[in-house]
Design a protein around this ligand. Structure first.
Ligand SMILES: CC(C)(COP(=O)(O)OP(=O)(O)OC[C@H]1O[C@@H](n2cnc3c(N)ncnc32)[C@H](O)[C@@H]1OP(=O)(O)O)[C@@H](O)C(=O)NCCC(=O)NCCS
Length: 234
C-alpha cells in the first residue's frame, strides 16, 4: 500500500509562534481512514478495534494517525517510529526525545482537533453543543459559583452555547495542565473577560503555580465549540 500523504488541502492549519492547531473534518477525512490505519501502533490498533461505534473508531484512527504524521514531519522521524508515554493522569506525550514538542488532541462529532506547541504544555477541547446544556442544574457540579451566576442570567438558547463554551474552556485548561478529570472542576473559574475573551479568574490549586495561561476560543461551526489553552508566559 502506498504511504498516505498528509493532505494539506484537507487540513485547516493556523500557526503562530510555535503553536499550531489542526482542525480535521471527518467528512473530509473519512476516505483516508483505511490508509491512516497503517500508521498506527499495535496498541493503537487494538484500542481502535475495541470501539463499539464505527464513528468513534474513525475519529480515533484519524486523530492518532494524523498526529503521528504531523509530529513525524516536524521531527523528521517516520510516523510509526514515534513512541508515546503518558503522565499519571493519562496525558499522552512523546517518549525518548530530548526536548519534544507538546501536543494534545480532542475529538467530538464531526471534528478532530490536534494542537502542538514547541514551547510549553497545551490543551485542546472540542464538544458538540447539545440543547439540554441549557438545563444548567444538571451540570452545577462542574461550575464554579462565578460561572453559575453568569450562566443563570442568560436565556436558554444563549445559555446552552455559553455552557458549552465554559465547558470546553475548562476541559482545555485541565488538559493543558495535564490533570484531566482528576481535578474538581468547581475549583477552577473561567469567565468572559472585559474584552469578551476567555479569562481564567482563578484556579484554587494551580499546578504549576504562578503560570500564566492563554485561553483562546476556537471557531468551529454552529454545532460545535472548542478552546485551546496554552502557556501565555513562554
Ligand atoms: C482528558 C479528558 C478530560 C478528555 O475528555 P473528553 O472530552 O472526553 O475527550 P477529548 O476527545 O477531548 O480528549 C481525549 C484525548 O485527550 C488526551 N488525554 C487523555 N488524558 C489526558 C489528560 N490527563 N490531560 C490531557 N489530555 C489527555 C488523549 O489524547 C485523549 O485521546 P485518546 O483517548 O484518543 O488518546 C478525560 O477523558 C480525562 O480526564 N481522562 C483521564 C482519565 C481520568 O482522569 N479519569 C477519571 C479518573 S478520576
Amino acid at each position: 500500500m502506498t504511504a498516505p500523504v498528509l493532505m494539506e488541502t484537507a487540513l485547516h492549519e493556523s500557526e503562530r509562534a510555535g503553536l499550531t492547531l489542526l482542525r480535521l473534518h471527518m467528512v473530509e477525512e473519512e476516505s483516508h481512514v483505511d490508509d491512516l490505519w497503517d500508521l498506527l501502533s499495535v496498541a493503537e490498533r487494538d484500542r481502535a478495534r475495541r470501539f463499539a461505534r464505527r464513528d468513534d473508531a474513525a475519529r480515533y484512527i484519524v486523530g492518532h494517525a494524523r498526529l503521528r504524521q504531523w509530529l513525524g514531519r516536524r521531527l523528521r522521524i517516520a510516523p510509526r517510529a514515534l513512541r508515546f508515554t503518558q503522565n499519571a493522569y493519562g496525558k499522552p506525550m512523546l517518549d525518548g526525545l530530548p526536548s519534544p514538542p507538546h501536543f494534545n488532541l480532542s475529538h467530538s462529532g464531526d471534528w478532530v482537533l490536534l494542537a502542538i506547541d514547541e514551547h510549553g504544555p497545551i490543551g485542546v477541547d472540542v464538544e458538540t453543543i447539545r440543547p439540554n446544556m441549557s438545563q444548567i442544574d444538571d451540570f452545577r457540579s462542574v461550575l464554579a459559583p462565578e460561572e453559575q451566576h453568569w450562566l443563570d442570567r442568560l436565556p436558554p438558547g444563549p445559555r446552552a452555547q455559553a455552557f458549552a463554551r465554559t465547558w470546553v474552556r475548562k476541559e482545555a485548561y485541565i488538559k493543558a495542565i495535564g490533570e484531566g478529570m482528576s481535578r474538581d472542576l468547581k475549583s477552577i473559574a473561567i469567565v468572559d473577560g472585559a474584552d469578551g475573551h476567555a479569562s481564567l479568574l482563578y484556579d484554587e490549586n494551580p499546578a504549576p503555580a504562578g503560570c500564566a495561561w492563554h485561553l483562546a476560543d476556537v471557531k468551529i461551526d454552529a454545532a460545535h465549540t472548542a478552546c485551546l489553552a496554552s502557556r501565555g508566559d513562554v
